[in-house]
Design a binder for this molecule. Structure first.
Ligand SMILES: Cc1cc2nc3c(=O)[nH]c(=O)nc-3n(C[C@H](O)[C@H](O)[C@H](O)COP(=O)(O)O)c2cc1C
Length: 202
């Protein structure tokens, strides 16, 4: 047996143990049951500033802002799967998550300005990104503005955008625990992605 599949949950909800973090926890539980090693970081517990747009990283490939963001990116690069979770706030992702995504600009600069970083297709296939979200309203389009930012994030980091686990209409369901299928779906998808990554590694 090789090393266990590693899964990192990144919770972008400022509301601890709310709908979104609970859905993320169900995913991580499924992954753990399938034998993965699982961790979770809660962005609101970290200390990082928004990107300054100084473009220093375009010359150096390094972010000059020394806070909790660069070590988190180092951590992300050490795992097989990331599950990035955010509720919908004002039709988009939370400030916590958007702030982190912008801070990945130095990775983007390494790839596209300095050309010192390149992820081969095989690397991308072996690294899976999953987006987890909840929204209050029943609108079908309520997640639409979130997807492009998540796509950009996974692209920058060299993770394949593997799947979404999304649940709208939280107001009517009285929260995620009132939803008929979402928590089960999250558990199943947690198990499934671990098996897929195991097969790729075998
Ligand atoms: C500041 C704020 C803005 C919100 N904006 C939206 C919105 O634009 N559309 C929507 O469907 N729900 C919106 N909601 C509802 C949340 O998306 C929903 O309650 C979600 O399940 C909360 O997840 P949480 O328990 O992880 O905080 C908003 C909630 C807050 C606090």
């Amino acid at each position: 047996m090789g090393m266990a599949v590693s899964v990192l949950g990144i919770s972008g909800s400022p509301h601890r143990h709310g709908n979104t973090e609970t859905l993320l926890d169900a995913f991580l539980e499924g992954a753990e049951n399938a034998g993965a090693s699982v961790e979770k970081v809660v962005l609101k517990e970290l200390d990082y500033a928004p990107c300054r747009g100084c473009n220093a990283c375009h010359k150096t490939g390094v972010c000059i802002v020394k806070d909790d963001a660069p070590p988190l990116f180092d951590h992300i690069f050490s795992v097989d799967c990331i599950a990035v979770a955010s509720p919908i706030y004002s039709m988009g992702i939370t400030a916590e998550l958007k702030g982190l995504i912008d801070r990945a600009q130095y990775i983007w600069a390494r790839k596209f300005v300095l050309k010192t970083l390149y992820f081969p297709n095989e690397h991308i296939q072996h690294h899976k990104g999953i987006f987890i979200s909840t929204a209050g309203l029943s609108w079908d389009n309520v997640f639409d503005a979130a997807f492009p930012a998540i796509t950009a994030f996974f692209n920058t980091l060299g993770f394949e955008y593997y799947d979404n686990i999304i649940a709208n209409n939280m107001d009517q369901y009285n929260g995620i625990r009132g939803h008929p299928t979402a928590l089960r779906e999250a558990r199943e998808k947690g198990q499934q992605v671990v098996r897929v990554i195991e097969d790729l590694k075998a």
